[in-house]
Ligand binder design. Structure first.
Ligand SMILES: *Cc1c(COP(=O)(O)O)cnc(C)c1O
Length: 482
């Protein structure tokens, strides 16, 4: 069932006349803009009435799954509810109608907000300085690795590699490669974490950095972190923390105190700015004192008169990595989120995220295999191996979940767990939502015993059925061409 596009719904000459020229709106466009600035041909916009447009987009929005519609336990993505007050604040005209070319004297409020947000992130993560420029987690990683590179070059260190655990997010090795280093894998121990002993075996004087995710993608806290720090110091190896999901640490533990030199934050995960659908996001980076000179420029600074300005006088900076200062409207939302929670509230976020994940894990571990049966942080990883033995793959379980109006967990990741189901409920779900999800997963397991074909043919009641994912990736058709 394909929906017509807005262009196909267009009928020549169809429009509303809610506002007429005689209402005093409009005027002589040619006179206002100058003839040379007018288009030669009309823009080819669809011609529709307002109610057709509203119905079209409302219908489409309800076909997709989104956080305002239902539970979204997509592991490693922190699909928490996005408070609407953040949206209201981001629309204040003082934020939404300013221009990046304005003189800094006229946008002091915006600069103040960015300055404060960086200060808050510094405090939350225990870092020495923060840049808000990167547009995504992956770009934050890249930025951190460029700084790492400059640090070593400046010191005359001869470095070639970056150590990454086998449980890492795929962006980590990609960022390492782009920054001109070679990724070296370190295997997780039987406990699912990086052990100091294994690190001793892998590290050498060519190791520029180790990139850890803490809690790691299995949802486990890297408890050898102090020993790891000592080993890294011996080799002048920097410690990079992938802090995309900081939900379990807020107000409890700080990457800076663990010895990390660089951490990126996904404002679009931990700090509740909307994501999914491709952005915009923000992947702010925090650094230790020794990496501070290399931060992207400009940085937002304050002079003796308490005036904010953009400091470009940064001779060792890696340069600018985003146009202007980053995705400002995302920063406004994250700032509103942090302020409205306050420091006690942020700690409660972390505690509730951890409790929710452990609650679900305990409810499900008798039905689905739990490969690392330990206390988890904000998420946990199950394996659909029992179900696979009965002939139903994890992919099919994920498709069946969609029939219940719930987004599937992340599947087949991390790569070290076969048939992985990575579940992150987040703190914004209540106990009824968690119970409901557990009941559904247990019901699906029963269905696998009773009517496996039915599960394998799912989803049954989503707007579209099973899609050909290979064809969609290879022959993406995302533009309307007349
Ligand atoms: C989401 C995520 C990233 C990448 O963040 P993007 O904003 O999607 O680039 C990196 N690492 C981890 C652990 C993540 O969960």
């Amino acid at each position: 069932m394909t929906e017509p596009t807005i262009f196909e719904l267009s009928v020549k000459g169809r429009k509303n006349n809610y506002i007429k020229p005689e209402d005093g709106i409009g005027g002589d466009i040619e006179k206002m803009l100058g003839k040379e600035n007018l288009r030669e041909k009309p823009a080819g916009l669809p011609e529709m009435t307002e109610n057709e447009v509203i119905r079209h987009f409302t219908r489409l929005s309800s076909k997709n799954h989104h956080i305002d519609k239902g539970f979204y336990p997509l592991g490693s993505c922190t699909m928490k509810y996005n408070p609407k007050v953040n949206e209201q604040v981001a629309r204040f005209s003082g934020f939404s109608e300013i221009h990046p070319f304005q003189m800094t004297g006229t946008v002091q409020g915006a600069l103040h907000l960015m300055y404060d947000l960086a200060e808050m992130l510094k405090e939350i993560a225990g870092m020495h300085a923060v840049s808000l420029q990167p547009a995504a987690g992956a770009q934050g990683e890249f930025c951190g690795l460029l700084m790492t590179r400059k640090y070593h070059i400046k010191k005359g260190n001869d470095k070639e590699t970056v150590i990454i655990p086998d449980s890492a997010h795929g962006t980590n090795p990609a960022s390492v490669t782009f920054a001109g280093y070679r990724p070296v894998q370190i295997n997780s121990s039987a406990d699912g974490i990086v052990s100091a002993d294994e690190l001793e075996r892998v590290i050498d004087d060519k190791t520029a950095a180790i990139m850890l995710t803490n809690p790691n993608t299995l949802g486990l806290f890297e408890s050898d972190i102090e020993k790891i720090y000592k080993i890294c110091r011996k080799h002048d190896t920097l410690m990079y923390m992938d802090g995309a999901n900081l939900n379990a640490l807020l107000g409890i533990a700080r990457p800076g105190d663990m010895g990390f030199d660089c951490v990126h934050f996904n404002l679009h995960k931990t700090f509740s700015t909307p994501h999914g659908g491709g952005g915009p996001g923000a992947g702010a980076v925090g650094v230790s004192e020794r990496l501070e000179p290399f931060l992207p420029k400009p940085i937002i600074a304050k002079n003796e008169d308490e005036e904010y300005y953009l400091s470009y006088n940064r001779p060792d900076s890696i340069g600018q990595i985003h146009s202007f200062y980053g995705n400002f409207a995302v920063m406004v939302r994250a700032y509103a989120y942090i302020l409205s929670n306050g420091s006690d509230g942020l700690r409660e976020v972390a505690e509730a995220a951890i409790i929710n994940a452990n609650y679900l894990k305990e409810k499900l571990k008798d039905t689905y295999h739990l490969p690392f049966d330990r206390h988890c942080m904000h998420e946990f990883v199950l394996a659909g191996t029992n179900q696979k033995k009965k002939g139903v793959k994890t992919l099919e379980i994920a498709k069946r979940i969609l029939d219940f109006g719930i987004h599937a967990p992340t599947i087949y990741f991390p790569l070290i767990v076969s048939e992985a189901l990575m579940i992150e409920p987040t703190e914004t779900e209540n106990v009824q939502a968690l119970d409901n999800f557990a009941d559904i997963l247990i019901q699906i397991d029963k269905e696998i015993d009773e009517k496996p074909e039915f599960v394998k043919e799912s989803p049954h009641n989503t707007p579209v059925g099973r899609l050909d994912e290979v064809l969609a990736a290879k022959r993406g058709d995302v533009a309307y061409i007349e």
